[in-house]
Write a protein that binds this ligand. Structure first.
Ligand code: ATP
Ligand code: MG
Length: 320
């Protein structure tokens, strides 16, 4: 079967190393062989905050980050929720396919509620995974390159597809998650590296910003650097980061650093990250906002055509 690849990000800030090793690297590889849809999930920004904030700037940032890492707009369809009303219309029938209890049990929704800045949990937060099912199914996506936090959401998408097919006849394939080299990269504070949690190294950070961020990362007092995820999670995370950027084993790096302590460790990490990101940063600096706008306008048009066809199929299958 020829897979259709769909994945997306919320325009809440610049993309970071967690995105790269969790999902972006796979997108770039998959676009060679499969149709790739990349969603800028703008409506989903207001799942965990009351107002969308600097949504236009963040949307441009995402576009520039995508192009900088090598997502090719000639192959990929890059689009945004707010430009595709038909995609959002799928949410309505899809909501009828899941129970309130099933939505309440979702561990990722629970985690996102815990980090939410909303005063009360909104209906949109609660139905987030079903909206995401619409994101994936509108283009009949089969392969979804995501980080580990998205696995419960993907289960909901599969549930929605299965139940729809059972009730109304087969329309949707069952999508599968595809995780990257690092399905859950931790941030500089030990929690999940996240755009909105102030603990990330952005792909577009400058070399000096990167050095300052790494300098501020938590470590421990033991001078001898060893790779021990259980007992020394902060040190292990920094070694993991350097290992990913250098394509090397973190245990070997630890042995090389030996009793160089946190100072040497942080120097190794900073150099590895800056070296790895140099070509990506260079490409980003050469792009203009006008490039980004053109890519988005074309992507929105293509995605909308796809959504119109799927919504029509859904209406016919349901007998409307
Ligand atoms: P926010 O804090 O605004 O939610 P985020 O950093 O969590 O931002 P998302 O836009 O929610 O980013 O996620 C986009 C994609 O990147 C998802 O597929 C998600 O699984 C993946 N991803 C996000 N953070 C990480 C991480 N630390 N490690 C691996 N994958 C990640
Ligand atoms: Mg997130």
């Amino acid at each position: 079967m020829n897979d259709v690849v769909l994945t997306g990000d919320r325009p809440t800030g610049r993309l970071h190393l967690g995105h790269y090793f969790g999902s972006l690297a796979n997108r770039v590889a998959l676009q060679e062989r499969h149709p790739l849809y990349v969603l800028i999930a703008d409506y989903q920004v207001i799942t965990d905050r009351d107002v969308p904030g600097e949504i236009r700037r963040h949307t441009t940032d995402l576009l520039l980050d995508y192009l900088a890492v090598g997502i090719d707009p000639a192959r990929a369809t890059i689009f945004q929720h707010s430009a595709i009303p038909e995609l959002n219309q799928l949410l309505l029938p899809f909501l009828s396919l899941v129970s309130v209890a099933e939505l309440g049990r979702n561990p990722t929704v629970k985690d996102e509620i815990a980090h939410s800045s909303q005063r009360a949990v909104s209906g949109l937060m609660f139905t987030y995974p079903v909206h995401q099912a619409a994101d994936i199914l509108f283009c009949k996506g089969t392969l979804v390159p995501v980080g580990k936090d998205q696995l419960p959401h993907l289960e909901v998408a599969r549930l929605v597809a299965r139940r729809f097919n059972e009730r109304y006849g087969v329309v949707f394939p069952l999508p599968e998650a595809m995780m990257g080299a690092q399905p859950l990269l931790k941030g500089l504070d030990g929690g999940k590296m996240s755009k909105s949690r102030g603990n990330a190294i952005a792909l577009s950070a400058t070399e000096d910003e990167t050095a300052a961020l790494v300098r501020g990362a938590r470590t421990d007092a033991d001078r001898l650097i060893t790779y021990d995820e259980e007992r020394r999670p902060e040190v292990a995370n920094l070694l993991t980061l350097a290992g990913l950027c250098l394509g090397r084993d973190p245990g070997e790096l630890a042995a090389e650093i030996g009793d160089g302590g946190a100072v040497t460790l942080k120097r190794v990490v900073t150099e590895a990250v800056n070296e790895f990101l140099r070509p990506i940063r260079k490409r980003r600096a050469e792009l203009t906002e006008a490039d980004a706008r053109t890519v988005l306008a074309e992507g929105n048009e293509r995605a909308r055509e796809r959504a119109v066809r799927t919504l029509e199929e859904v209406r016919v299958a349901m007998g409307f």
